[in-house]
Structures are given as structure tokens and as C-alpha cells.
Design a protein around this ligand. Sequence first.
Ligand code: 5GP
Ligand code: MN
Length: 341
Amino acid sequence: MNIKDKSLVDVFKNKVDNSQKLVIVPHNNPDGDALGAALGLSNILRNMGKEAAVISPNEFPEFLNWMHGVNEVIIYDKNVKKSKKLIADSDLVIFVDFNALSRIKLMGQVFEKDTTYRIMVDHHPFPEANTADLQISVPEASSTCELLFHLLCEAGMRDDVSKEAAECIYAGIMTDTGSLSYNSSRPETYLIVADLLRMGIDKDRIHQMIFHNNSFDRMRLLGHALGTKMQRIEDNKAAFIALSQAELKQFNFKPGDTEGFVNQALWIEGVKLSALFTEKKDLVKISFRSRAGFPANTFSETYFNGGGHFNAAGGESRLSLDETVERFKVVLKEFCDANGF
Ligand code: 5GP
Ligand code: MN
């Protein structure tokens, strides 16, 4: 991995050194990588004697609530006034793990007007121009957390990385690579993991907290999703699961409970695209995972107002859940026919 233009590192360091009140923002529905990067960075900045607030557009999943500093995370959609004030009073804003203002939903409106200097640190392809003043975009990085650690080392800030920050960063690398099972073929990722281990992180405890700490309800929801709801289509090239609000309620759904469900259908022989449709209050959230050269991000961008990585993308639909699934079937056929899948 390389931050191609070294002057970006210099600007990053200079801006951080010369700021006292910082705001860090992960994307909407923050995952382990987004929240890990945000909290990893806020822990480091606080150790440097700075004020660093993490403002998340909405709630984060419970399986991340062990991260150091998590209790101070401000949820934008529940604290709009306080968030706006913090942003207005800050001298530097850092976006982590997203590359377009649309990824922070309503919170994006604040930054359409705000003139505070903004830095973006992200690993998604195709960054949108003008998301930030300084855009550090490295799509080959496994995760924003890996990129962040690399960036901190390049900026001479490795010694400021505490064990608590290292734990957050490790969590981001693990969650974005399925515990190093994909997007993790570059040796440098392992050198960084080794470095984090040297800092004294308790790797086994982190895995326990993230992956082996499920509620009974969540495991039953997974059973329901796989056993009753999963369907195969397009000559078994694709599989999907659609979950309604009523079903989620039946299993006492909490944010993060469906995390990873979409990966499971991809484990079926021959399946190139897996989709998870989750009915929310005013829209259907969609997750895509793919393999064998199927561009999940292009598919999502073309039909579902979304984007993401080649093999892991997301989008949304304003149709009903049933209509969304029907449309998915139609456009998938169209896409497969047009692209020879
Ligand atoms: P997930 O399925 O885990 O929510 O998201 C998978 C990937 O797609 C993540 O990298 C995430 O940032 C991206 N992603 C998820 N939802 C959206 C969306 O609505 N728009 C865009 N552009 N990217 C998304
Ligand atoms: Mn990420």
C-alpha cells in the first residue's frame, strides 16, 4: 500500500499538529472499520492532548460497544444541535471510511455549508470530488483502519498509538477482511497486524467481543434467515434473503444483528452474488456480496443508488420490500445477460 503523493501525509500531519478541537465522522450505519478508525484516531488525538469528538450519523452496533471511548460517541440523529455546535467550534474535521457526503445521510447537509478544513481517510474506490479538502484515498488498503495506521506511521505518529487505539484499529482490519479471509492478500496487512500485536492488544478478547458475543435472538434470526427466507435465483448464480420489519421485531432486532448474514449465502457453491434486503422504516437497505468477477459496486450503483467495493457493496430502495425483491430479480437478469454472467 502506498499513499502515492507524500505531500498528502505532510498536510495531514501539519493540519493535525495545528488543531486543538477535532471532530471525527464515520459513515452512516458504522461498521467495525468505520467506528474502529474513528475511535482509534480519537484515542490517539486525546493522548496528544487534543479534544476529539466522534460524531456518528446514527447508532452503531452493540458488538462494538467495548471499544475504548465508545461511550462518548455522539449520535448525530439524536443530538443534532450539540453535533452542529461541535462541528462549528472545531478546527479540523476528519471523515473516515467513506468518500461521498451522501454516505452520512442527513448529516451531510451540515458539511455542505460548513467551512472547517476537512480531511477524508478512506479505502473505497471512486471518491467523490470535494468530499473533503484533503482526500487520502487508497482503495488497495484492506480497511480504513489499515490505511489509518499506515498514515500515522508515515506521519511519524506511531508512538502516539496507544494499546486502546491499536485494539480499535485491529478490529477494523478484522471486520473488513472477514478475519483476514478476503481483501487481505498483501503482506503489509500482516506486518501491521504484527505491529498491533506488539503493542499488546488482546487479539482473542477482541474476536470474542465481536464475533462470539451474539444474543440468543440474533442466532435465531440467523437460523430463520437461512432456514426459511434464503432463496436462489438465476440458475443458482445468486441467492438472497429479505427480512421484513415484522420479522425483525419478532426476533427483537438491534442494530448490527444482521451484520454478516449476507456473507453466508455466498458460501453456496456456484453463487456469485448474494443480497440481503432489510426493511427499515422508510426504505429497504440492501447489502451485496460477490465473487468470481461480479462487480457488486457497479450493480448496486446502477440499480440501487449505492456503491462500495467490487465484492462488497450496499444500496437502498424506496419501493416496498416485495417490490424491491421483484425489481432485483428483473435487473439482475438484465445485468447478467448484458455482462455475460
Ligand atoms: P454493508 O453491506 O456492510 O452495509 O456495506 C458494504 C460496503 O458497501 C461498505 O463498504 C459500505 O461502505 C458500502 N455501502 C453500503 N451501503 C452503501 C450505500 O448505500 N451507498 C454506497 N455508496 N455505499 C454503500
Ligand atoms: Mn471499510
